[in-house]
Design a protein around this ligand. Structure first.
Ligand SMILES: *[C@@H]1O[C@H](CO)[C@@H](O)[C@H](O)[C@H]1NC(C)=O
Ligand SMILES: *[C@@H]1O[C@H](CO)[C@@H](O)[C@H](O)[C@H]1NC(C)=O
Ligand SMILES: *[C@@H]1O[C@H](CO)[C@@H](O)[C@H](O)[C@H]1NC(C)=O
Length: 461
């Protein structure tokens, strides 16, 4: 890594001594070389777990996918065309769904309380998806926004206020650069992005607007529309964000800033949706995935089996964190502002699991091994402060003993604890081959949690 480009600390600040030094910050240049060298603010890696919320006009048809508009009118996929023919009058347009986005049950305090109960440390709300509808009263949206149409409320402001007032979660915003059917974007695309009417009059002003108004600590960019980052002026925006914006010290961003930037440039890497490589990466990354396997937005046609079970979610969390990632787990609220009870239950379940196993997740670092070599479904993390190795195991062995091939135990020194259980566990060292641990014999009611457990090992190599 090269150092951040730009000016050195001004001499005056050096003369002011230590307080001055602490105030001095590097200036970032609008180049990837400079921006990519910015250290990621530490809170993000420590947080490990966030909730993604996909909410918008697509929550009104709530059928198939949040890509409803595109699948219906651009690709003319049969289920979408038939759904419209069967349920809406001829000539009904996507824009006609706007007034039906009512949010009458939207209680941002209740949302904040559910988010907090999930154990998440941050939340990312779709301020604007590819449909172009802004959940805040953007000056640049004509009337295609939640203040003028539908709820007649600033949904971004309301959620930000409640999250900040009631929880310690970091508040983040998703923002789509392109809009499927925006005429200015389509015109620029026709000109092979040699003209830049859309980013200069829409996307960029919106980005500056949401940062200034809501001070999000995550800008989760998406939807490059096959245009390069130079078209979007992503580096210009990011240099402002890192140098001069009100969130310059704490904000984190992702890697979706134009064709070719994904998994290569920006802040943390997302690489692809549901990215979960199963091995350690040299760069901070995030696994963004949805509880509903097939959609990010709410859809009424989902079956129970379409939702990941809590066992799946705990597995995703353990695998992701072991390999140095953060998990961003998505829910899709309804058009009338509810978090469906199936999502609420999953969130509360993860929270209950984290109450017992949180030490193996929050603030951890990857260990030298990510998963065990002998027993499948065992994922390791390391707690640097306590010097503890955490082995999260997803299957409780019928034998009552768990063989671990990775940790080398030391007689008289190593201690093994089961998170949420008082007594130390007995173990046998196998030298270079690891160790065997005797789990306590517990009834299901006595287990500290279900769906996955943590062994905390001290003084192992
Ligand atoms: C913040 O929360 C407190 C206590 O929960 C409440 O009394 C207050 O009205 C809230 N403020 C806002 C702006 O919502
Ligand atoms: C890109 O953004 C920066 C920062 O706002 C600005 O100074 C620059 O003029 C912009 N460049 C283009 C080509 O729009
Ligand atoms: C460890 O994880 C990798 C990646 O998911 C997998 O290919 C491998 O089989 C795992 N090893 C064991 C012993 O489970």
């Amino acid at each position: 890594m090269s150092g951040p480009g730009g000016r050195a600390a001004p001499a005056l600040l050096l003369l002011l001594g230590l307080p001055g030094l602490l105030l001095a910050r590097p200036r970032y240049e609008p180049t990837w070389g400079s921006l990519d060298a910015r250290p990621l603010p530490a809170w993000f890696d420590e947080a490990k777990f966030g909730i993604f919320i996909h909410w918008g006009v697509f929550s009104v048809p709530s059928f198939g996918s949040e890509w409803f508009w595109w699948y219906w009118q651009k690709e003319k996929r049969e289920p979408y065309v038939k759904f419209m023919e069967a349920n809406y009058p001829p000539g009904f347009s996507y824009e006609d769904f706007g007034p039906l986005f009512t949010a009458e049950f939207f209680d941002p305090n209740q949302w904040a309380d559910i988010l907090k109960a999930s154990g998440a440390k941050y939340v990312v709300l779709t301020s604007k998806h590819h449909e172009g509808f802004t959940l805040w009263g953007s000056k640049y949206s004509w009337n295609w926004n939640a203040v003028d149409v539908g709820p007649k409320r600033d949904l971004v402001a309301e959620l930000a206020t409640s999250v900040r007032n009631r929880t310690d979660l970091h508040f983040g915003l998703y923002h789509s650069l392109f809009e499927w059917f925006n005429r200015l974007f389509l015109e620029d695309a026709t000109n092979a992005f040699k003209t830049r009417k859309f980013p200069t009059s829409k996307s960029l002003p919106e980005l500056y607007e949401i940062v200034t108004k809501y001070q999000p600590e995550i800008i989760w960019s998406d939807g490059d529309g096959n245009a390069p980052d130079t078209y979007w002026n992503s580096t210009g925006f990011l240099a402002w964000l890192y140098n001069d914006s009100p969130v310059r010290d704490t904000v984190v961003t992702n890697d979706r800033w134009g064709v070719g930037s994904i998994c290569t440039h920006g802040g943390f890497y997302t690489c692809s949706d549901r990215y979960n490589p199963g091995h350690l990466l040299p760069h901070k990354w995030e696994n963004c995935m949805t509880i509903d396997r097939s959609s990010w937005g709410y859809r009424r046609d989902a079956r129970l089996g379409d939702y990941l079970a809590i066992e799946d979610l705990v597995k995703q969390l353990a695998e992701t964190v072991s390999c140095g990632g953060n998990l961003l787990m998505n829910i899709g609220p309804t058009h009338d502002g509810r978090i469906a009870v199936v999502f609420e239950e999953r969130l509360r379940q993860v929270g209950a699991w984290l109450k017992v196993n949180g030490e193996a997740i929050y603030g951890t670092k990857p260990w030298r091994a990510q998963n065990d070599t002998v027993t499948p479904g065992v994922w390791y993390t390391f707690s640097p402060k306590e010097g503890k190795v955490n082995a999260i195991f997803l299957n409780w062995p019928g034998s009552g003993t768990l063989e671990l091939g990775e940790p080398r135990a030391k007689l008289g020194e190593t201690q093994v604890k089961l998170a949420g259980y008082k007594e130390l566990l007995k173990w046998v060292a196998l030298g270079e081959k690891g160790m065997i641990i005797a789990l306590p014999q517990l009834t299901p009611q006595q287990l500290p949690c279900q769906w996955g457990w943590t062994l905390q090992l001290t003084d192992v190599n």
